[in-house]
Write a protein that binds this ligand. Structure first.
Ligand code: NAD
Ligand code: AKB
Length: 315
């Protein structure tokens, strides 16, 4: 029987992944933790603890007391916020991962999930159909921490046999919990503002193409990766996952099909330079081949669900 610890359960991914894991493994077998309170659905639907992942002593205590066998470590400072506090963000992103990897080694846990990001790529990476193995020279503190994290994951696998698994998520789009300080957040905010104000000022330029993925597909991919037999996982750093690529102009056009008087204006800020350093589209054929990655939401299907669900929140 697996017992799972989710670290960062109150965030954009954790708030949905925790519920999905509880459906699969049983409510009592998924211990949700975060440094801040989470939604009632999470705190009342199964075990929940306030936990700072940097507190090594408490982390070991929580894992031992609950007889945890797997960890999903989601806590991090994302690209936009990390540029505002580089050293503090490096500390949180790296120390938290090393705490989790050391603990997994010492307590011989069965598996660890830790997400990487398209931020591992940089301005010298080919930007179209970016391959699994390519030039990686990130120039953001977030990207540097994700690339270093990937190296540590691979190191712990080869050196100690820790079964760490990872996806380089593109920008994730969801309606349950708002995004937490990234460069791709515009693609979530735009739906809220389209519903609330029928207008949106975008912090990226109209042609800032980026890879994105709807949350349902991201969660399905995460669980498929974690459930795949260990010998299928040939990439021990992190897998490319493509999703769908579009620009702010294209998503605005899709929204206008349903809200004809929606208006978008552009006022690019520091995040435009980050977007320009990331790929515009991703080649995820290795993940397809190794563990059967699939993607089912295109721009239209995602827009339909987002407008409906965000609309329901304000009804
Ligand atoms: P988020 O910011 O929405 O959530 C992160 C959660 O971690 C928050 O609830 C926060 O309170 C918690 N946290 C922060 N510091 C903590 C600490 N010291 N101890 C315990 N919890 C702490 O982020 P997210 O979008 O859910 O991202 C989760 C992971 O996925 C991150 O590693 C992120 O880099 C990665 N990722 C996300 C995206 C995306 O588009 N959302 C894309 C690529 C990678
Ligand atoms: C961000 O924009 O920082 C994240 C990511 C792609 O890692 N959404």
């Amino acid at each position: 029987m697996e017992k799972i610890l989710v670290i960062g359960c109150a965030g954009q991914i954790g708030s949905e992944l925790t519920l999905e894991l509880r459906k699969i493994y049983g409510d009592a077998n998924v211990v949700a933790t975060d440094i801040k309170p989470a939604d009632k659905e999470i705190t009342e639907g199964g075990p929940f603890e306030i936990l700072d992942v940097l507190d090594t002593h408490r982390l070991f205590g929580t894992v031992s007391r609950n007889k945890i066998t797997q960890i999903y470590h989601l806590a991090a400072i994302l690209s936009g916020n990390a540029e505002k506090k580089p050293i503090a963000s490096w500390h949180i992103n790296m120390e938290s991962l090393l705490n989790v990897m050391e603990l997994s080694r010492e307590l011989n846990l069965s598996k660890v999930f830790w997400p990487s990001s398209i931020a591992v790529f940089g301005p010298t990476t080919p930007r179209q159909n970016t391959s699994q193995f390519t030039v990686m020279e990130p120039n953001t503190v977030y990207g540097i921490s994700k690339l270093a994290g990937e190296r540590w994951l691979e190191y712990y696998f080869h050196k100690y046999g820790v079964d760490g698994r990872s996806i380089r998520y593109p920008g994730l789009i969801s309606h349950k919990t708002e995004a937490g300080g990234g460069t791709t957040d515009y693609a979530v905010e735009i739906f809220y503002e389209a519903i609330r104000q029928k207008q949106y000022e975008c912090f990226l330029a109209e042609d800032a193409y980026l890879p994105m993925q709807f949350m349902d597909d991201a969660i399905k991919a995460t669980i498929n990766l974690m459930e795949a037999p260990a010998d299928k996982i040939q990439v021990r750093s992190s897998y490319n996952v493509a999703g769908i690529s579009f620009s702010p102009k294209e998503i605005a056009e899709e929204i206008k099909k349903q809200i004809p008087d929606f208006k978008i204006t552009y006022n690019p800020d520091f995040r435009q330079a980050i977007a320009e350093s990331w790929p515009q589209s991703i080649d995820d054929s290795v993940a397809q081949k190794d563990w059967g990655l699939t993607n089912s939401f295109d721009l239209k299907k995602m827009t339909d669900v987002m407008l409906k669900e965000v609309g329901n929140k304000f009804r």
